[in-house]
Design a protein around this ligand. Structure first.
Ligand code: ASP
Length: 319
């Protein structure tokens, strides 16, 4: 008897109160770009095409997480689906530079190790997000740019295409007008897996009519993309120059870390700063408990999330 009491006292001293297991939260949040997206300039067909593709991307990532797969696989798979769709300004639907070429940027970051990989200004990689992952996993660098990055992707066995693969009539016309109403069609994903690891990825064709050679915020760690298991994962979209100058993605994490703000408060504050500086855009963020924020200061942002225990949610407009 004495032994049993001693054992219980010992256990309580070292293990504290008996813990109630919290249900594991996992899931993902995505965006397909922020911009002048209003009900007025949206046809029912177009809206259902966007909803359909966002739902497909969310479901593919969620399935990986549900089966116990990694956040890294979920983010890569989800973003590849959006890259392969001409609807978004990433991969197949990338916008044109002033020189009539397509130059793509992407990055991915692992919140458990703070490892990151990125490619910038690439012209022949079908899925830049996969190349970003390869840079992270197969080299000791963080970012490869231009021809060197294209060459590396080929060496790694990734699918290579001619630059004209990225041609879409809609983006070509947008360049002619040089004022595409939907130039922000970047894609992004933040996933939280069953192990509590947060991964963030972002992929883009950049801005319509950008100077050739211009690199945006998307491949820059801390500007357009960031992940840290201690705080959150972030993927941004909008005018990249503002995101670079403001270290916007890292700023969300820093506000949570240093000022103990919630992910919603931190994300809102960063978008308010963006507005204060005259920039336009939005971001998605998710913390380690599955709390989600999706603020933006444009008319709309293609976005959605899917957490375990609930139905997927897709939103487009400012409501
Ligand atoms: N942020 C991207 C860039 O500046 C563009 C976008 O999100 O639409 O390259």
């Amino acid at each position: 008897m004495k032994k049993v009491i001693l054992f219980i006292a010992f256990t309580m001293m070292y293990c504290g109160k008996p813990t109630v297991n919290k249900p594991v939260v996992y899931g993902l949040v995505i965006h397909g770009g922020a911009g002048t997206i209003t009900r007025k300039n949206m046809s029912p067909e177009k809206e259902s095409a966007y909803r359909g593709k966002l739902t497909e991307a969310l479901a593919a990532g969620f399935e990986i997480l549900e089966k116990g797969g990694s956040g890294m696989d979920a983010v890569e798979t989800t973003i590849r689906i959006m890259e392969d769709s001409p609807l978004f300004n990433a991969g197949k639907g990338a916008v044109f530079t002033s020189a009539g070429t397509n130059e793509l940027d992407a990055s991915i970051m692992d919140g458990s190790t703070l490892q990151a990989g990125a490619v910038a200004g690439v012209k022949t990689i079908k899925n830049p997000i996969s190349a970003a992952r390869k840079v992270m996993e197969e080299t000791w660098h963080v970012m490869l740019a231009g021809d060197g990055a294209d060459h590396f992707a080929k060496e790694q066995g990734l699918e290579i295409v001619n630059n004209d693969y990225f041609y879409t009539e809609r983006r070509w016309k947008a360049l002619q007008k040089a004022q595409d109403a939907e130039k922000h069609g970047t894609v992004g994903c933040v996933a939280l897996d069953r192990n509590g690891n947060i991964v963030a990825g972002t992929s883009t064709g950049g801005l319509t009519n950008k100077r050739w050679g211009r690199i945006g915020d998307t491949p820059i760690v801390g500007a357009g993309n960031y992940a840290n298991n201690q705080t959150c994962g972030v993927s941004g979209t909008g005018q990249g120059e503002y995101f670079i100058r403001g270290n916007m993605a890292y700023d969300v994490s820093a506000l949570m870390n240093y000022s103990s703000l919630s992910v919603e408060q931190a994300a809102r504050q960063v978008i308010d700063k963006l507005s204060g500086r005259g920039g336009r855009g939005g971001l998605i963020a998710m913390d380690k408990n599955g709390n989600i924020a999706m603020p933006f200061n444009t008319e709309g942002m293609y976005r959605g999330y899917y957490l375990n225990g609930s139905e997927p949610v897709i939103k487009i407009y400012n409501d």
